[in-house]
Write a protein that binds this ligand. Sequence first.
Ligand code: PRX
Length: 655
Amino acid sequence: MSEELKVYAPPADFAAQAHVSGMAAYEALCKEAETDYEGYWGRLAKELISWKTPFTKVLNEAEAPFFKWFEDGTLNASYNCLDRNVERGLGDKTAIIFEADGGEVTKVSYSELLAKTCQIANGLKSLGIKKGDRVMIYIAMSVDGVAAMQACARIGATHSVVFGGFSAQSLRDRIEDTGAKAIITADCQVRGGKQLPLKAIVDEALGLGGCDSIQKVLVVKRGDAKCAMTAGRDQWMDDLVSGLPTTCEPEWVEAEHPLFLLYTSGSTGKPKGVQHSTGGYLLHAALTTKWTFDLKADDVFWCTADIGWVTGHTYITYGPLALGGTEIVFEGVPTYPDAGRFWKMIQDHKVSIFYTAPTAIRSLIKAAEANDAVHPKSYDLSSLRLLGSVGEPINPAAWEWYHQHVGGGRCPIVDTFWQTETGGHMITPLPGATPLVPGSCTLPFPGIQFAVVDEVGNDLPWGKGGILVCKKPWPSMIRTIWGDPERFKKSYYPEDFKGKYYLAGDGAIRDEKTGYFTITGRIDDVLNVSGHRMGTMEIESALVSCTELVAEAAVVGRPDDTTGEAICAFVVLKRPRPTGDEAKAIAKQLRDHVGKEIGPIAKPKDIRFGDNLPKTRSGKIMRRLLRSLAKGEAITQDTSTLENPAILDQLGENN
Ligand code: PRX
């Protein structure tokens, strides 16, 4: 394996100016953490975060795996991201360059963002929302979205952002689980030249029942269509905040105070509310932005993720602002008005650090290869100095293209492995230190103790694939699953490893010579489609909830050139197995149903109908066979335990 590795050493000029310069510096940090784990994190927490009350204890393991970090310290995340930059003389510095879907650009300074945040915070306070309350945010990419999150943090309310692509049903489930008092939304979102409703989906969600906790719906005005408002419950954000003071004393919270809940998919049951802390989370958000992205005062940083995902939380709302950086917030989509949009925006705003997902890169490669006008070579991308990738494995071919055509061969690429649960980067190159190998996320971030082990937790030698675990707690780790501590323990600290190791849910292998990590994919029933994480069980439940049609369904992933993985559903109907046009029509109906239950991102790409599913004699669905069928592979596995072997031929036909 090692022999074939293509290695890209950090360019000398990049290394010379980097926050972490050279492998010796990386190794020294790892060593510092190894020698004095608490001393290391304590030092960084003092350097990067402003505390109202300094902490005296770094880590409390008494109730492991419910770890506490910096527990007697108090702070405020919004103070750290806004006020302290203004106090440092950065008030006039641009915090956010907002580009709307249609191309209009708005620049917002730190002082302006602080004032806006304070007004929203005062508005929330005037409604009786206080520390410990939950507030949902269901809004598109916007300055208002970032300010709403910051405003919640400012008053100690725990925000829970729901991605604008999720359906009313998904939103309802999350509202019910959080018991939120208010929702911040917008009348609509604008994407690809179209206005898509948001407030109407909130209305639908609230109409589904179970949302009695919601007292107020605050609506940011974005579009020009009429928007239904329920008297007493709904209020325009502008009406609430206009005239309110632009200052608001931050609520100083304990380091462990929940900053946010973010729902993500697991292998079983409903999505789980990942609970993050304030102190430890903010530390890692700031630290990884500094070291992985090498963020400097004059950089223009652009993370293309949506604030509805963890990447948008850590690398839009918190990390770059905590460091006083300038960042892009983009409302639109990469293909509107054409597939050159990202490249044009990099050129127009002189973006120096660009962070996106492999799916976006792969789809833009296709577009660029078909049309020179949207090829990166048609734009001036000389402002770029660093590129990043996140959310799914980046295949070496896409890596090379990104490196050569976007990065001009000079920009390092940081392939960052992490998860909603980890809060920030876990395994990633540091661009001024780590030699890069396409397809590998390289080495753990200094202080992070990831390892590859077997089923019972024994370390595996390099070169042998196994289970990815983290051996030590880290500051930005998930604290619990909201309302379900038992599920937290079972999912992340299973007995297989004596409850001692954090189970990431991914498989990994370390290179025999370099020890570099390559992520081999999820080891549970979680799919990664375009970098969006989804549980197969969730999609199956959505399918079988179409009770008039579906008797049984099984969902698996199959590799896809653009989206990484594609969703493939095998469905048994309550009526005879359809073929031809009837099959197509029912497949469409089922896709739409899943879109309504979860959101368009969960719609299966392939739907195949069978008289039955492949099952063992005890009635268990044999998913590994379905995975082979989905890939179009010949079945070479042992099928002796299969009760109904003939079903494989039927499901193998692409109907
Ligand atoms: O399977 C891994 C994959 O995405 C999962 C986490 O998804 P989510 O919680 O939605 O967070 C995505 C953004 C951090 C992981 O368990 N994943 C994430 N980054 C990478 C990756 N797989 C390979 N390489 C990566 N760089």
